[in-house]
Design a protein around this ligand. Sequence first.
Ligand SMILES: *[C@@H]1O[C@H](CO)[C@@H](O)[C@H](O)[C@H]1NC(C)=O
Ligand SMILES: *[C@@H]1O[C@H](CO)[C@@H](O)[C@H](O)[C@H]1NC(C)=O
Ligand SMILES: *[C@@H]1O[C@H](CO)[C@@H](O)[C@H](O)[C@H]1NC(C)=O
Length: 459
Amino acid sequence: MWLVVVLAALGARGAGGAAGAGAGGACGVAELACRSGRCVAPDAYCDGRQQCGDGSDEPPGCSPCNRTYYGLVGRGYELALGAAPRLPFLCHLTFTAGGGALGDLLQLGIEQFRVGRYMGAEADGAGGAGGGAGGAGGECPDGYVQLAELGRPFTGGSWCGEAAGPALYYSETATVTLSLRLYRQSAAKPLALKLRYRYLSARSAVVRLGGAGGEGAGGAAALERGAVAPGTYCTRTFDECHRRACRVQSPNYPGLYPRNVTCYWALRQRAVPACKHAMLQVRQDHAHKVQIKRSIAMASVNKTGRAVAAWRECTPERDRLIVYDGGSTDDPVLLTYCGGDWLPPVTSRGPDMLLAFHSSPYSAPPRAAPPLAPLRGFELDVAVVFADSDSLEYAREPRRCEFHVKATSPGDEEAAGGAAGAGVPGARGRARAAGGHPRAAAHAAAQHHLHLDLPRPTR
Ligand SMILES: *[C@@H]1O[C@H](CO)[C@@H](O)[C@H](O)[C@H]1NC(C)=O
Ligand SMILES: *[C@@H]1O[C@H](CO)[C@@H](O)[C@H](O)[C@H]1NC(C)=O
Ligand SMILES: *[C@@H]1O[C@H](CO)[C@@H](O)[C@H](O)[C@H]1NC(C)=O
C-alpha cells in the first residue's frame, strides 16, 4: 500500500516539474496520488482525515515522517506530529521548493512546539509579558529539533522545550530538512509539533532581497547582501557600499536565525575620493528590524524609552553581535551588542569594519506574546561616511583618540537596563564609543541624557 503511494509520487516527480494534475490523471509533484488516481494536497498524507476516499492517504501505522514535501506557491500547507509512538523517535521532514510554480524559498511557521524540556543555563531575570524565552546556552536532555539546508554547512544547533507563540523560518536555499529526535517523553507533556508552511517565489521576498516595492531608501533597487563565502553558513563580504544599499542581515532574515551559527561580515571601502577619508557605519533605528533573541522582553520594560543590551550584559551564552574597528577580530572592539530596540550608529575609524555574530547552540524557540510579531532576526543599514582628509572628524592614529564617557544622569542605568549608547557600560579604555567619530558619539549621548566629557581632538 505504502509502496504504491511512494511509487506513484516518484512517477509523478519523474514526469517533471509540472505542478498541476495532468489530464491523464498523473498527479503533480505538489500533489499526493491516491490509489484511485485522484490527486489530493500533499499534506493530506497521514493527517488523520480521509481525503482520497479510498483510504490510501491514511494507511494503517502511517507517519508523516521521512517524506519530502513540495507545494504550490501561494498555498498554505499543514503538518502535525503528535505523541511519539515509540522511543527513541526519529523523524525527518524535507521541504523542497521546486522552482517556478513550486517556489524558490520555504516559509516554515512553527505554530506549536513541545519537544522535551529545555534546561536553561541561567535564569532569565527579565520575565516580561512573554514569560521569558528561557536562558540561552542550556541543553536539550530529552530530544531536539534541528534544521539543515542543502548547500549550507550543518550548524549543529538545536531547539527544544515548549513555545507558546509562533515562530517563522525563511529558508536561504531551496531545500530544508527538519530533523526531530526524541529520547524521552513525559505523559503529561507529550511531543507536539505543528507546522504551517508555504513556498514563496524569490520575487516576492522583498523584505530580504529588496526589489519591486522594496521598503526604505533602497526604493525599487535590490539590496546588496554580499555573497556567502563557500563552505560557510553566513559569512559575507560587502565592498563599496557607497554605490549600493548594503544590508547586513542575520542568517535567514526576516525569520528565526539558526542555532550555533557564527557569521562574519566584512565591510570594505576601497574607492575613496581624493582628499577624503572613508569610515563605515552600521545602524538600525527601527525596533522591528533588530530582534536578537530575548530583546522582546526588554522592549516591554519601557514602551517610550529605547533600550540597548551591550557589553557586560552580553554573557557568553547570549546571542551577540560584535563590531570590530578594522578587518579582523584582533582589531579593537567597538561594540558588543546582544539586543535592544535599536542599534545606535557605530562607526569605524577607517575603511574596514568586521562584524561577528554568534548564536548559542541550544535554545527554546522564542515565544512572543500574541500582539508581538515572531522573532525576525536583524537587518543593519550600512553607510559610508566620507570626511575631509584634513578634518577633525576622525582619529588619524589609533592611540590618540580615547573618550572616557561617564553616565551622570541618575536612573538611566535602571530605566534602560544598563543601556545607554554604544559602549558605555564597557566604558573606560574601551569607549572609543561611536567609533572615534565625535559627532556620532555626541549624538548617541544626547539620546540618553548623558554628560559627555570629550577632550578636544588635537592635531
Ligand atoms: C525515519 O528514518 C529513520 C532512518 O533515517 C528511522 O530511524 C526512523 O525510524 C524513521 N522514522 C519514522 C517515523 O518512520
Ligand atoms: C557548534 O559549532 C561548532 C563549530 O562552529 C562545533 O564545533 C560544535 O560542535 C557545534 N555545537 C553543537 C552542539 O553541535
Ligand atoms: C521610559 O523612558 C523614558 C525615557 O528614557 C522616561 O522618560 C520614562 O520615565 C520611562 N518610563 C517608565 C515607565 O519607566
